[in-house]
Design a protein around this ligand. Structure first.
Ligand code: HEC
Length: 178
């Protein structure tokens, strides 16, 4: 067959357009914009839970914690989170991002937690990823914990030098999606 430059050109152009479209549609940005009611719902749940848990921790610290030997709201929250997880609702982890945790158990461990800690320290007020765990989709989400009360410093001496509003910790959520 005789070489046909115009045909070759249009085939190349068509292939380029297809490749571009493929790249655009498989990019995470657009994929996320696809309708995903379960994801929207889970994000809303995180917002609500985050407000409820943080309000409770502040109320408890404000009203019931007066000495270093008192049960810290953080420890009470961990007990609550364990019960919530046990019942199969969702999972929440109370984590340190200050680099000096009270309890070494509370350091960010997996890739998601480490990435989230970096984003929040950089100033993000929310970070999330959709993951598959044991064959099921879950929303992993993280929200920052700033030093909200002067009283926090009673037990966390290292919070004294933290810039106002900067996160010293985070809550890490795992919410089932389907
Ligand atoms: C009475 C002492 C006390 C007070 C007051 C207190 N904490 Fe804690 N906090 C602890 C203890 C103890 C732990 C470890 C709990 C555990 O892992 O069981 C902890 C854990 C944490 C963690 C998880 C990371 C880590 O350091 O282990 C964060 C974040 C945290 N506290 C934030 C706060 C904030 C914010 C306040 C103020 C609203 C506060 N704490 C007030 C004692 C306290």
């Amino acid at each position: 067959m005789r070489f046909q430059p115009r045909l070759a050109f249009s085939l190349t152009a068509a292939a380029t357009v297809l490749a571009l479209l493929g790249a655009i549609f498989s990019s995470p940005g657009l994929a996320e914009k696809k309708s995903d009611p379960a994801l929207d719902e889970a994000r809303k749940d995180v917002k609500m839970l985050d407000d409820v848990y943080k309000t409770a921790v502040v109320l408890i610290t404000d009203n019931y914690v007066t000495e270093e030997s008192d049960l810290p709201a953080g420890a009470a929250a961990k007990a609550l989170f364990a019960a919530v997880k046990e019942k199969g609702w969702h999972e929440v982890r109370l984590l340190d991002v200050s680099g000096e945790p009270y309890n070494d158990e509370n350091v960010p461990t997996d890739d998601f937690e480490k990435a989230a800690a970096e984003k929040l320290k950089d100033g993000a007020d929310y970070y999330d990823e959709v993951q598959t765990q044991d064959g099921k989709r879950v929303l992993r989400a993280a929200t920052p914990i700033p030093v909200v009360l002067e009283k926090c410093i009673m037990c966390h001496e290292n919070y004294r030098d933290v810039e106002e509003g900067a996160p010293i910790g985070m809550l890490g959520y795992t919410i089932p999606l389907d």
